[in-house]
Design a protein. Structure first.
Length: 81
């Protein structure tokens, strides 16, 4: 699967400059996979697919480490457990 992050939050009726990169853009209320009747059809296989990919990376590169300490974003629209 490929996630097209560049396609998110580009609605011209919601954002004055939808094609301009703005990491600080307030996209409050947007959910990546949608919700209810408008839920993304790719949502159910996305989680196990991501888990499979991450496990494969960690198996292939057992000594992989972050190059820099992780930073928690001020606000994230992608949350979960």
């Amino acid at each position: 699967m490929q996630v097209a992050v560049g396609a998110a939050n580009r609605a011209p009726d919601r954002f004055p400059s939808p094609d301009q990169l703005d990491p600080g853009r307030n996209a409050g209320g947007d959910l990546a996979f949608g919700h209810g009747i408008h839920r993304c059809v790719g949502a159910p296989p996305a989680r196990p697919e991501a888990e499979l990919a991450l496990r494969a990376i960690l198996t292939r590169f057992p000594h992989i480490r972050l190059a820099v300490p992780p930073e928690r974003p001020a606000r994230s629209t992608a949350t979960g457990t």
